[in-house]
Design a protein around this ligand. Sequence first.
Ligand code: AGP
Length: 607
Amino acid sequence: MCGIVGYIGYNQATPVLLNGLARLEYRGYDSAGIAIFNDDKIKVAKSEGKLANLKNKIENSDVSGFVGIGHTRWATHGEPNERNCHPHTSENGKFVVVHNGIIENYDVIKRQLREKGVKFTSDTDTEVVPQLLAYYYDGDLLKTVSKVVNELAGSYALGIICEDYPDKIIAARKSSPLIVAKGEGENFIASDISAILDYTKTYITLDDGDIAELKADSITLYDKELNEKETDFIVTDLDVSAVMKNGYDHFMLKEMNEQPEKLRGLYNDYVKDNKVVVPELDKIADVLDNCEKIYAVACGSAYHTSIAGKYVIEKLCRVNVETDIASEFRYRDPILNERTPVIIISQSGETADSIAALRMAKEQGAPVIGIVNVVGSTIYRESDCVLYTKAGPEIAVATTKGYATQLMMFYLFALYFAQSKGTVSEEEIAKYCSELEMLPAKIERLLSDTKTIEAFSEKYKGANNFFFIGRNTDYAAAMEASLKVKEISYINSDAYASGELKHGTIALIDKGTPVISFCANKKLFDKAWSNAEEVVARGADVVCVVSEKDEDKIQQGYEKIVLEDVIDEFSTMLEVVAMQIFAYYIAKNNGCDIDKPKNLAKSVTVE
Ligand code: AGP
């Protein structure tokens, strides 16, 4: 995904755009650019690579002006170089556009325009937008934008400026997030509110098909037929500190340390007198009463929470849970109906594959429960029931508090569902609630003393391959551990069900191969231990992640990360936090860009 920001007002636009892009860099950072109205001409500055390169480039140039748009890119079509960097300009220089999303019919449009003599300068899908605007332009900017966006297939969040209208910015949205925000004598567009929290907290999220016209002192909203719409602004309760590092070296470390507080918040919201109370789920009581099977569908780390959640729901509620990655789920023609609710898990609420899975589920009559962290996001708005994870903005591309709050929401869902089905006694529910209540403090203590784990990170920072192995809830931890290491330290790794290793993959174990064996599920310890010994017998260097209650079972010579004891059902949480620390310090020791790893973006809003 990419980041878009726009400003129109009485202040210099460039500083506002650069500040906004800095807050949006987590959305993509292959290249960046801005376009500013400067003496009624539009000046464009762009550069490959991180935003700092753009800042250096414009330091000594005149990009003054009061109206502008900016973009930070995660490349989809066209290499991440200056030629393909946004903003893109029509051949006649009249239209300048920034875009997030994919114009799926760009090749048809590009070919048609080329046949009419239009010359393109980039390999991007986006460039067809300014070129088509110029082609249709009859002097009426709004009508031209409406005509063009109605020809576009795919997804777009657009910021548009036109040389003939130096006092306007036009914004348009379909499937890619875009907000318009109101200041005093100044107005903004942005991919999300975090970009402009320094200036205003009053905003509206555009709906699909919306077109907005911004002047310095007004915002007018239209639907795609250009019928004027009400502008129901909302005020965010986010504070700008939520999008700043506040003294931490990285957003990832800050967000890891926010986990206890965020989990406490969810516990306090949903556990009352040792019972789980979830009004959002009360509203779909009939769905849960008639539920024959649950699907849990997501991508990446969000998918990993569904693996851990599956074990808990099946054990406590005695209902089948089928998990799948969204990009597979949407093409396998699953058997869905009103008795098979689908849980879609997404921190950003804008992941394209997860949105597509949600829409397919709804088309087939399956109720959708969204576990989401962004209010007003597409998945938030299109779910039949939303379990809002309240993690606050997550800036680091590698999710931590996003993951932890999603997993906590699964635990709460399982307890609520078990309560309503009567599959777990009140005493048992009270015990589980007490375990949930203690989790945040255990995470806090783990995060407050990371020396042991840091030592392992130092020892293994030069590894060129890791195996993470475990069974059941330990396997769920292994999956998330493996992704954390891969995505921030670029070290290849594999998560394996430890019982499966001997069916082929153990052939890859050599002397010194680092294997992290998750054994915190006490009921499965013996099995986990025997799998650990199988790889040790072939020369592996094994580190066991184990509950303090089983620490003594770890024989001499084996390295171990000892965790405070947690009930087996919830043991994944602490194991994953330990691995967040492990991955963080490997990446830090290796000088990796922890918050903005190469090739990644915070939310993948393209398929
Ligand atoms: C995890 O660290 C990654 N950032 C990635 O796997 C992420 O979990 C995945 O892209 C899903 O994103 P979402 O939760 O916003 O849908």
